[in-house]
Design a protein around this ligand. Structure first.
Ligand code: MG
Length: 279
């Protein structure tokens, strides 16, 4: 009975619409009541920024590296964890260190407007801590035909020092896809391989939403969107926890803001033009 009723109603509706012209709007008559204004949203007004030319920094960005010095960077006392037990310990220690900054000067080299990993010099991290961000960073994987797999120009952009976008030469260099350039290391394979050959400059544009915690539990996991050389490679992916080398990740409560870290993986990867916007 009910189905028959719906069917008849639908038929009537189709016939009615089919029989009529598109309804006309009396624009002159509506000038008195202006019903369109009910759906206009006037607040908040987005702040005005002057966009950069190509990938140069927009007016409201924090410049992390403009080619001159490492004044925005420190050498962390604790780098990053390879396993969750390490991550847990590092989060604990880093949380304390953010208050009484015992970090030291970074060991990386600044040359020709770029900063270069000093193999064995350790990671570097930003002096300032960040939560949700938009980040632009350019990198160059040096040419080294003797290297392959994970050993060919490996570094990494660790958001909050915990969530790694892999930096690697992935131009005709095979490795496990969830560890290639643009992967959220061991969590998300990039949608495409947009890598340029080693020796050429490349870019990541990253939009990252920091995780939210309540009473020690994650209530909103971290999420991110990434463009590699202007190509979408990570589309609003959810992270399972920190990116680690061994084992399965899980969330551990950490401060709302933590420094951005760049990895020393033993290769002389170069970086330049690094800027960030807090979200
Ligand atoms: Mg790496």
């Amino acid at each position: 009975m009910k189905e028959i009723f719906i069917c008849i109603t639908a038929m009537f509706f189709i016939e009615y619409v089919g029989a009529q012209e598109v309804p006309q709007i009396d624009w002159v008559g509506l000038q008195k009541t202006k019903p369109w204004s009910a759906t206009e949203k006037w607040r908040p007004i987005p702040g005005k920024v002057v966009p950069g030319i190509y990938s140069s920094a927009p007016s409201d960005a924090i410049i992390l590296f403009d080619g001159s010095d490492l004044s925005e960077w420190r050498k962390p006392r604790y780098d990053y964890g390879a396993r969750m037990d390490q991550v847990e310990a590092i989060i604990k220690l880093k949380s304390q260190d953010l208050d009484n900054d015992q970090r030291t000067d970074p060991k990386w080299e600044v040359k020709d407007g770029t900063m270069i990993v000093t193999p064995g010099g350790g990671a570097i991290e930003t002096a300032k801590a960040f939560g949700s961000i938009q980040l632009h960073i350019e990198f160059l994987c040096p040419v080294d035909p003797g290297k392959e797999d994970q050993a060919y120009s490996n570094s990494g952009v660790f958001l909050m020092g915990l969530y790694e976008i892999q930096v690697l030469n992935s131009y005709e260099n095979q490795t496990y896809p969830n560890g290639q350039a643009g992967a959220f290391y061991k969590q998300h394979i990039p949608l495409v391989n947009a890598s340029r050959p080693p020796g050429e400059w490349q870019s990541y544009d990253i939009i990252f939403n920091a995780p939210k915690f309540e009473n020690g539990e994650v209530v909103r996991p971290a999420s991110a969107t990434v463009l590699h050389n202007g190509v979408l490679i990570q589309n609003n992916v959810l992270l399972e926890g920190p990116c680690i080398f061994i084992g399965k990740p899980y969330y551990v409560e950490h401060p709302e803001k933590m420094p951005l870290l760049l990895q020393d993986h033993g290769d002389k990867v170069r970086f330049r033009n690094i800027w960030i916007r807090e979200l």
